[in-house]
Design a protein around this ligand. Structure first.
Ligand SMILES: [Zn+2]
Length: 200
């Protein structure tokens, strides 16, 4: 039987110090960790009520309200949009179903489209000059409306490898607006070559 949240918490807490702080992992061995200096782990918080996500039940959903207004590309059921403004990584785009559903609620026809679409978006982003890798992620903690992240890691910037790239995206200065627009437009065009239409 899986652990309850209380059991999970108590077991973890037993490994923590008197303040509820767990030992630090070997940060000095993680060359992609963006920070240095003295660190300590935050005290582990006790189980709490789940917080409602943005757009819960389709009410006041930002994505549903925006529709494909900010899209780089869309087809009948899906769209790809960038963040509202440039961030640190050269390209960050998100794939959304047009309908307000979470991953587990996708109807079978959309499920069958999702795999090929992830590959299409990955290829479109990787097709931008100077991109070595595209990180693909789905967390679903902020907004209920399904969104899959695509984060481009610049070639030869090997310190930005792996999962800390999402933190480096907040640390690095934003990409110049014109470069960002050009890359986003290229992604829209690349996707439209396989069906649907570019909005840029
Ligand atoms: Zn929605």
């Amino acid at each position: 039987m899986p652990e309850s949240a209380e059991e999970f918490y108590r077991r973890a807490l037993a490994a923590a110090d008197a303040d509820g702080r767990l030992p630090l992992p070997p940060l000095d061995e993680w060359d992609t960790f963006p920070f240095e200096g003295e660190f300590r782990v935050r005290p582990l918080q006790a189980p709490a009520e789940e917080k409602p996500r943005e757009g819960e039940g389709g009410v006041d959903c930002g994505r549903c309200a925006t529709g494909d207004e900010d899209a780089l590309w869309s087809d009948q059921h899906w769209l790809v949009a960038p963040l509202p403004r440039p961030s640190g990584l050269p390209v960050v785009v998100l794939l959304y179903p047009k309908a307000h559903v979470d991953l587990h609620e996708l109807p079978p026809a959309r499920q069958a489209e999702l795999g090929p679409l992830i590959v299409r978006v990955e290829r479109a982003v990787a097709g931008i000059e100077g991109i070595a890798r595209v990180h693909v992620g789905r967390w679903g903690e902020g907004s209920e409306h399904l969104h899959v992240w695509f984060m481009a890691r610049p070639a030869r910037m090997t310190q930005l490898r792996s999962s800390f790239a999402a933190i480096w995206d907040d640390i690095l200065p934003p990409v110049p607006e014109d470069v960002w627009r050009e890359s986003n437009a290229a992604i829209g065009r690349a996707l439209a070559a396989g069906g649907g239409r570019a909005h840029v």
